[in-house]
Design a protein around this ligand. Structure first.
Ligand code: PLP
Length: 363
C-alpha cells in the first residue's frame, strides 16, 4: 500500500472488540424480518444520523441499489436514467433487475445534467438514479421536479456521499430511496455492506422482505426476495464507525479547504472541485481536472501518494454497455479527472507535497 492511500479504512480497538464479542456469541446472521440485534442497532443509528424514518441494512451498496429497484417495481421493459460517469455498479444494478440503463450527460458539478434527463424521458422511463459522485450532491431540486412532472421514481445512488447534504438535508434522504455503500474505501466501512434509506413505510416493508427471500414480519413468504442480509459482525463494526464518522468528516473538510488554499494558484491550469450552492460535501474525494494527469499520477506514485482516475472509461464505453454515446461532457471529464487523497490520514505537509508535484506536472 502507498504511504498515502487514496482512501483506507480507519479502525481502532473498539471495532476489534465488537468483532471478538460477536465471534464469542456465535451470532453471525439473523433471518428475522427486523434483521437481528446488531443490524437493527446499526440501522437505528443511521436513521438518527440521517434523520430518516427507515434504514434497511444490506450486504453491499450494489445490493442496496438492487433492493431499491425491486422495491420500486422496476421491471424488464422499463428504462432507468442515470449518469455514465459513475462506478459501473449503478448501471449493473439496473441491468440486474432486467431494466435498461439510459445514460445522460453530466453538468458542471460532475453529476447528472437535468436538461439531459429531460431529453431522455419517454413512456418506458420509470426511474431516475442520480449519483452523488465524489460526494458532490446532484441537482436534486430539479431532478425531483422532473420526477413529479412525469410520475417517475427517484433513487439516489449515495454510495459515495454519506454525510453530504443539500439545503440541510442528508444526501440519500432527498428522494424516495437513497442507497449507501460501506465498502472499505468509503468514508466509513462495515467491511462490505450497504443500506437503503427511506421515509416511506411501504417501501421499507418491501425492502425488508426483498432482503430476506420475501419473508414478511409473520414469517410467511410474501413475494420475491434474495439473500441481501448484512452480517451481524459487519453491522456492529458499522455502529462503531458511525460514531466516529463526524470526526472523519471534519478531518476531510479541513483537508479539502487546505487543498483549495494551496491549489488556488494553479487554478488557471487545473479545475478545482465545483461546489453546488446549498450543498455540503463529505469530501469522499478531492477531484480536480488536470490537462496532463498521467504525468502527475506517475510523479505522485513515486512519492508514494495514491491519486486515482474515477472513471475512465465511463460506463457507456464499457463492454457490458457500449451504447448511449456520445456524451461529450462525460467523455471530456473522464479524460481529465484526477482524484487526490483527502482522507483523515492526510495532513498539510502531504497537501503541500501534492501541490508541488502538481505544479511540476503542469510545466
Ligand atoms: C457510485 C457507486 N455506486 C455503487 C457502488 C457499489 O457499492 P458496493 O461496492 O458496496 O457494492 C459504489 C461503490 O463501490 C459506488 O461508488
Amino acid at each position: 500500500m502507498p504511504k498515502v492511500p487514496i482512501n483506507t479504512p480507519i479502525m481502532d480497538k473498539e471495532e476489534a472488540e465488537v468483532v471478538q464479542k460477536i465471534m464469542s456469541e456465535r451470532y453471525f446472521t439473523d433471518q428475522s424480518y427486523e434483521g437481528g440485534k446488531y443490524v437493527r442497532e446499526f440501522e437505528a443509528a443511521l436513521e438518527s444520523y440521517l434523520s430518516v424514518k427507515h434504514v434497511v441494512a444490506v450486504s453491499s451498496g450494489t445490493a442496496a441499489l438492487i433492493a431499491a429497484l425491486y422495491a420500486a417495481k422496476i421491471e424488464p421493459g422499463d428504462e432507468v436514467i442515470l449518469p455514465s460517469l459513475t462506478f459501473v455498479a449503478t448501471a449493473n444494478a439496473v441491468k440486474a433487475v432486467g431494466a435498461r440503463p439510459v445514460f445522460a450527460d453530466i453538468d458542471n458539478f460532475y453529476t447528472i445534467d437535468t436538461k439531459e434527463i429531460r431529453k431522455k424521458i419517454n413512456k418506458r422511463v420509470k426511474a431516475i438514479m442520480p449519483v452523488h459522485l465524489y460526494g458532490h450532491v446532484a441537482n436534486m431540486d430539479e431532478i425531483l421536479e422532473i420526477a413529479e412532472e412525469y410520475n417517475i421514481t427517484v433513487i439516489e445512488d449515495a454510495a459515495q456521499s454519506l454525510g453530504s447534504s443539500f439545503k440541510g438535508k442528508m444526501s440519500g434522504t432527498l428522494s424516495k430511496m437513497g442507497c449507501f455503500s460501506f465498502y472499505p474505501g468509503k468514508v466509513m466501512t462495515t467491511g462490505e455492506g450497504g443500506a437503503v434509506a427511506t421515509n416511506d413505510d411501504e417501501l421499507a416493508d418491501s425492502l425488508r422482505k426483498i432482503r430476506n427471500h420475501g419473508f414478511d414480519n409473520k414469517g410467511n413468504i410474501d413475494g420475491f426476495g434474495l439473500n441481501l442480509r448484512m452480517p451481524q459482525i459487519n453491522a456492529a463494526i458499522g455502529t462503531v464507525q458511525l460514531k466516529r464518522l463526524p470526526q472523519f468528516l471534519i478531518a476531510r473538510e479541513k483537508n479539502a479547504f487546505t487543498y483549495l488554499k494551496y491549489l488556488i494558484d494553479l487554478s488557471d491550469k487545473i479545475t478545482l472541485p465545483p461546489i453546488r450552492e446549498g450543498a455540503k460535501y463529505n469530501w469522499y474525494l478531492f477531484t480536480i481536472l488536470h490537462p496532463n494527469r498521467q504525468k502527475a499520477i506517475e510523479a505522485l506514485k513515486n512519492a508514494e501518494i495514491d491519486a486515482r482516475v474515477y472513471y475512465d472509461p465511463p460506463v457507456h464505453k464499457t463492454p457490458a454497455y457500449n451504447y448511449g454515446g456520445p456524451l461529450p461532457k462525460t467523455e471530456m471529464i473522464s479524460k481529465t479527472t484526477l482524484s487526490l487523497p483527502v482522507n483523515p490520514l492526510v495532513n498539510e505537509d502531504i497537501i503541500q507535497k501534492v501541490t508541488e508535484i502538481l505544479k511540476e506536472s503542469l510545466n
